[in-house]
Every structure is written in C-alpha cells, then in structure tokens.
Design a protein. Structure first.
Length: 734
C-alpha cells in the first residue's frame, strides 16, 4: 500500500470495498461534522460526488460506519480502519483520530476520477509517536499570500503533520498587523530592494518589496488550520532579527537609528535594546498575538542575536550591573526570562531556538534544536521539552540534488534519503530524558525562495519523508520500500498541481576508500536501474557504458552519469571531476570531528578526490563550528612530497571564516612531527580559498595539516561574538 506515513500496524486482506454515490456514512453522534465535511469536500473535488450521512440504516451494507470516543477531548490521534467487502469501519479516539483515518482512506483511493471507487480490504491500527510533527515557513525574507499559506497547511494535513510554525517577523520584513503599532506594517513590512542571486554575489535590485497579513486574515488561517487539527505556532523574533521593527520604532534600539528594513540576508548587529520601553512594546505586541493564536507555545526566536550593540550600550551595561549578570549572554537570558514570565502569566509557554540555552535557560522554556542535536540533548537533560530540527536533516532550504542542477540555495546537501534517516530521539538520552523530545519539524528559510512554486519544490517530497519519521514508523533499513511508495505519490502531486522536486530520480553518488589504498571507489545509485556513464568528459547517452558495479578511480578524470529509460534520458547529468594525488583514498584521522550538520562524509571527505564547489557548497565540504582542523594522513609508505593544496571557504553572512593559518607537518612514525611550512591568514586571503603550500622536498609517511578556527566573529561582521565556522575540503598531497 502506498501509504505515507506508513501505519503502525497494517494487514492486507483479499477483495475490495466499492465506494459509490449510494454509500452512506453512519455516524454515532453529530460532533464529527467537520471531519466528515472535509472528507466529502475531497470526494466532491476528486470524483464529483458526496456521501449522505445518517445516524441509522436498515442495512450495514455499502456504509462507512464511524465510532468516535471523546470527539472533542482525545488528542492522541489513535484510530482503527477496517475495510471489508461490504463496509468500512472506523473507530477513533477523538475527532483528530477520525481525521487521520480519513486521510489514510483518501490515500487508498484511486487518483483518476471514477463513478465507483475500489478500496482494497485491510485492517489498520495506527497512532503517531511524536506530539510535535511540524513544518516551518519563513515569510519574512519573502512574503507569500494567504491562499498559499492555506495550501501549505493542506500539505501538512495530507501527511498527518500537526504543527505549522509561522515565522512572521524578520530583519527583512514584519508580516503581522499589530493595531497598537501601525508603523510595524506601514514601515516594517516593506523594504526598498532585495538581494539577487547568492549572498556571495552581493547584488541587489531596487524594487520595493513586502506585504503583511491583516488580523482578519490571520484569524481565517488559524481557523482553517484548526479544522485540519493543525496548531499554528507564531514566531515573533527577539532580541535579534528585529531590524524591520527598529526601522518603524528606532527608539527601541541601543543607538536610536535611523534604520531601514534590511535588504540583505544574514545576521545584523542592530537588535532590541533591553530597556523598559522595549519590554512594554513587546508585551503589547504579544497581547495582540495571543488574541490571534490560541497555541500553547509562542516562539520568541532568540537565535543569532549579536551582542555588539549591547556591549557598547550604556543602558544595557547598567542593567547587567544592576541585575548582577556576568555578561551579555546572561543579559539575553534575562531578556528571555522577562518575556517568559509575561507569557506564563497569560497561560502560555515559550519556545525558542537553541541559543536561548546560552546564559541559562528560562525556567519553563522549550527548545528548538537547530545547530545540531547538542542543544536538544542539553535541554532534555535539564528536563525541558525539545523539538529537534537540526540543519543536518531538517533544513529544506538546502540542496536536495546535485547543486549544479538545482536552483540556487544557501548550501548544504539534504536528500530525501537523508531526511528519512533522521532519528528525533538521540541515543545519548535515558528513557526518562527521552520523554522530553516532543518531536521534530522541517524548516523552510526563504532567502532564495521568492515564489510559492519554489517553496513547493523545496518541501516536496522531503516533507513526506519527515512525516513518516515523526509519525514513528520510518525504518532506515527499508528506505527502498518508502521510496517506492513515495514515487507513487508523485501522481497525486501532479493532479494537485504541486511543483515538486524529482531529484530522487537523479543519479546519486558515493565515494569510498579502496582496499588497495591508492584509489577510490565511486558508487552510483538511482531510483531505477538504467544508469549510463562516461569517464572521458563527454556527456553520457543511452549507448554509453551501462553502470553495473562501482567504478575504480585511479587517475584524474571526470565521471558523468545519467539515468536512461527506453533509450531516453530521464535525469540531469551529474558530473564529478576527480583529482588524484598521493593523499587520495588514504587513511585520515581528525582530532576534532566535523559538526553533524556539515560532516556527511566524515574525515574521508578530505581525501576522496573530489573538490568542493566554491559557489554551491554542499556535501563536498565539512564544517567545524568553533573547532580547529587537525588532520593526519597516512600515506601508507614513505614518499617524496613537496606540495599540499587545501580548499577553504569564506562567507561572512554564513559566519564562515578563513583559518588563522594553515600549517603542514611531516613525520615518519606518526608521533613526532616537524613543521615544514606555515601560511598566515593574510596569505590565505590572497589565494581566495585555494591554498597552495609549497616546501622543500620531504621523504615522509605521515602528513599533518593544522588549520586553527578563526575563533570569535569580530565586531562589524554578521554574527559578531559568536563562534566562527571553518569549512574545508580536499587535502591534496603532491
């Protein structure tokens, strides 16, 4: 059965039930009208007919019989669905369980319009594992109309997800009407231009851009989501990512402005000042937010808030002294605690990005762990509730296919298969600590998505993979089964007009070390067989060599591959240039492991023969956050070497900085090393990331490369005061 998420228990039976215009819905009470109405809307749209409902029938034949326990109270989502030849039986705990039963039923129905619909006989017992099954959408960088927000909610409902995290305020735009502060939308909702292309290009247009949601529109969207058992969690960013608000009310800043709504992406220095006027403003804003959103949790951001202005603000420094705080990190904690106390008094809870852990976590706060899973683990150990959303698996603004063939994205490389492999509950937690993991969500940051169609392309079909993960029925050992089910859903996407990614059909590749130690093994994979490839630089055709087994790469060459079906090319060409040197395929060890968000290939990435793309940095780079690179390569035997080349990245907006220096050392025993060359930071900058280190010829068995992280981001740079990222790739020894 092509069901996503896969039910907890499913038994297939012989035969079919025939659904037609004469089928009756038998209801035990009238408290489930909404769920039945939505099911009938689906039937009307898909097949052109609706079903009559009744509370009694002379015969159970040709009926859908519904029994709902605690319609309004039970939120477990548990349901049972039995399809037999003569009728369909649904029993559910709560209307939410009934809604999920209908979603399952809809997936069992044929895609094409028919007067009589055959449904296979089966028995299903089902319920979700995690309470928070979410998707996020940033409408600050790019604004999306009300109609698309409803579509987005429909996509969540289709896959039984229950939380819509609506990121409503940003440096680049304030998107929610606040009646007490009209300038938030009169001024803050509009910027004079936007970035064009990637952040690295630093190009801008001069087109006025913006938009916002009125309170009436928000009420309409919240009600729409509620009817589909989806909670809308609003995010009002503080203390950082607030330049749009400061453009409207500059007196809330440390400097007094003036400010403009930001036109560039990234992390900006100007944040809310921790003065009483700011807290009064934010509390008044939140009062109106609470009237619009009945959710238990209110997201207050708390991420990427530079301390530059606070360090130089007389008021902030006086407050640090008055409250006995240690530093600006504790001031941020004080800021968050003030807001939490206010929201708790209103019967609500706060949730924030994992930076709210810094300086001490507010007493009742929940944490959304995005910089890996470490923040979530730390919070759960402190008995705080957690939503896992690490960039490694849950950031849908990352590339999902070969970057060369994809629309521009921020970076990263997160395939459907990688999303499906995610485990929200870390093994580091005890069974008691694991109870604090509420679930997970996918994040959609829209710097590089300016249309609804582009958003759809980035979320579909990765959302389906995450949906099965958070439902609790994913099994990484059965990914092929999931993939087969997913491909059958593409027909549904086509029918609904969803602009989804077909990267799953793209030929994917993996490089592994060879047992010989002087070559690498290149493995190709596609959703179907029929891969053809070349190694001479020409594009593959249906007549090119057919891929049957991993390719041994022993020399400089470019492998190109594509998937073909019936003689026709069905996927984009992937292109992988290999640069074979004395270090390629050799054993390598690291003192510090790369960050889980940017270390998909581990240490071997540095000697796999493939160099990272400087423009579209995805899987071929590894990143260290606040840590140094110290890599030791075992060449296998003594060899003459006189040159080491290593690629490093810089991108201020993404907090990526060149290392302090790069040093090469040699050794014959792997213990005692001698330095042969050291390249300082200023020289690295002149080389623009391709660092060539030449030295007198050495006879050595081991090569060590040290590249210390730049440390803290300096004032005046995005993310000032935070740890730098160090991104490196291929270490080539000649």
């Amino acid at each position: 059965m092509p069901l996503i998420p896969q039910p907890k228990e499913l038994i297939q039976k012989e035969g079919n039930f025939t659904l037609n215009r004469g089928t009756l819905i038998l209801i035990g009470n009238s408290e489930s009208d909404n769920e039945i109405k939505l099911f009938n809307q689906f039937l009307k749209t898909s097949y052109g007919f609706e079903l009559m409902t009744t509370d009694n029938s002379k015969s159970p034949l040709n009926t859908i019989q519904i029994q709902v326990e605690n319609p309004k109270k039970d939120q477990s989502g548990e349901y049972e669905l039995k399809v037999i030849n003569s009728q369909i039986l649904i029993s559910a705990k709560g209307n939410i369980g009934l809604f999920y039963a209908f979603q399952t039923l809809q997936q069992l129905l044929p895609i094409e319009k028919e007067n009589e619909v055959k449904i296979p006989c089966l028995e299903i017992k089902d319920e979700p594992k995690y309470a928070w099954r979410g998707m996020h959408l940033d409408v600050g960088r790019h604004f999306f109309p009300k109609e698309f927000i409803k579509k987005y909610i429909d996509y969540l409902a289709m896959y039984k997800m229950n939380t819509f995290h609506w990121h409503l305020t940003e440096d680049q735009g304030w998107r929610i009407e606040i009646k007490k502060y009209p300038k938030l939308t009169e001024v803050g909702a509009w910027r004079k231009g936007s970035m064009v292309g990637h952040y690295n290009d630093q190009k801008f247009d001069d087109k006025k851009y913006g938009g916002f949601y009125t309170q009436e529109e928000i009420k309409e969207i919240v009600a729409y989501a509620k009817s589909r058992h989806i909670t809308v969690v609003p995010e009002i960013e503080m203390p950082g990512h607030s330049q749009a608000a400061l453009a409207a009310y500059p007196e809330l800043s440390c400097t007094g402005g003036p400010f403009e709504v930001a036109t560039q992406w990234g992390v900006l220095d100007d944040v809310y000042c921790s003065k009483e006027a700011t807290f009064e403003f934010l509390q008044n804003v939140l009062i109106e937010v609470l009237d619009l959103f009945p959710s238990e949790y209110i997201h207050i951001g708390g991420d990427e808030s530079p301390k530059t202005r606070w360090k130089n603000c007389a008021h902030c420094q006086a407050l640090i002294k008055k409250e006995g705080l240690k530093d600006e990190h504790e001031l941020q904690s004080y800021f968050i605690r003030r807001i939490e106390k206010f929201l708790n008094a209103k019967g609500r809870q706060i949730i924030g990005w994992d930076e709210i852990l810094e300086g001490g976590l507010a007493p009742n706060a929940a944490v959304m762990s995005w910089r890996g899973t470490e923040g979530g683990i730390a919070a759960a150990k402190q008995k705080h509730k957690v939503v896992m959303t690490p960039g490694s698996h849950c950031y849908f603004d990352h590339y999902q296919g070969e970057p060369k063939n994809e629309p521009v994205a921020i970076g990263g490389y997160t395939t459907v298969e990688k999303v499906y492999s995610f485990e929200p509950t870390p093994k580091d937690l005890t069974s008691e600590e694991a109870k604090y993991i509420m679930g997970a969500q996918g994040n959609v940051w829209t710097e590089y998505m300016n249309t609804p169609e582009h958003v759809e392309y980035m979320i579909m079909p990765r959302m389906a993979a995450l949906a099965e993960v958070v439902w609790g029925t994913s099994d990484v050992t059965k990914y092929q089964s999931f993939q087969n089910r997913l491909i059958r859903h593409f027909s549904v996407y086509d029918k609904k007009g969803i602009n989804y990614s077909r990267a799953i059909f793209e030929v994917t590749s993996k490089v592994s070390p060879s047992e010989k130690g002087d070559e690498v093994v290149f493995t190709l994979k596609s959703a179907n067989t029929g891969i053809h490839f070349t190694t001479d630089g020409t594009n593959p055709t249906a007549n090119s060599k057919k891929y049957k087994e991993p390719i041994s790469v022993t020399k400089n060459q470019t492998v190109k591959a594509a998937y073909f079906e019936n003689g026709k090319q069905k996927s984009a060409v992937i292109e992988k240039p290999f640069f074979i040197t004395k270090s390629t395929g050799k054993k390598i060890s690291l003192v510090n492991q790369p960050h889980e968000n940017y270390g998909i290939g581990g240490p071997f990435t540095l000697v796999d023969g493939m160099r990272g793309n400087m423009e579209k940095y995805g899987r071929d780079w590894i990143g260290f956050w606040g840590k140094d690179l110290e890599a030791t390569i075992d060449l296998g035997k003594k060899q003459s070497v006189s040159k080491v080349t290593m690629d490093v990245l810089t991108n201020d907006g993404s907090w990526i900085h060149y290392p302090k220096f790069i040093e090469v050392l040699v050794s014959n025993d792997g213990k005692s090393f001698q330095s042969v060359k050291k390249v300082p930071a200023e020289e690295i900058r002149t080389m623009k990331g391709i660092v060539i280190i030449e030295f007198d010829k050495q006879k050595t068995k081991y090569i060590k490369v040290i590249a210390p992280n730049a440390g803290k981001i300096p004032d005046g740079k995005p993310g000032a005061g935070s740890d730098c990222w160090l991104f490196v790739d291929e270490i080539m020894v000649e």
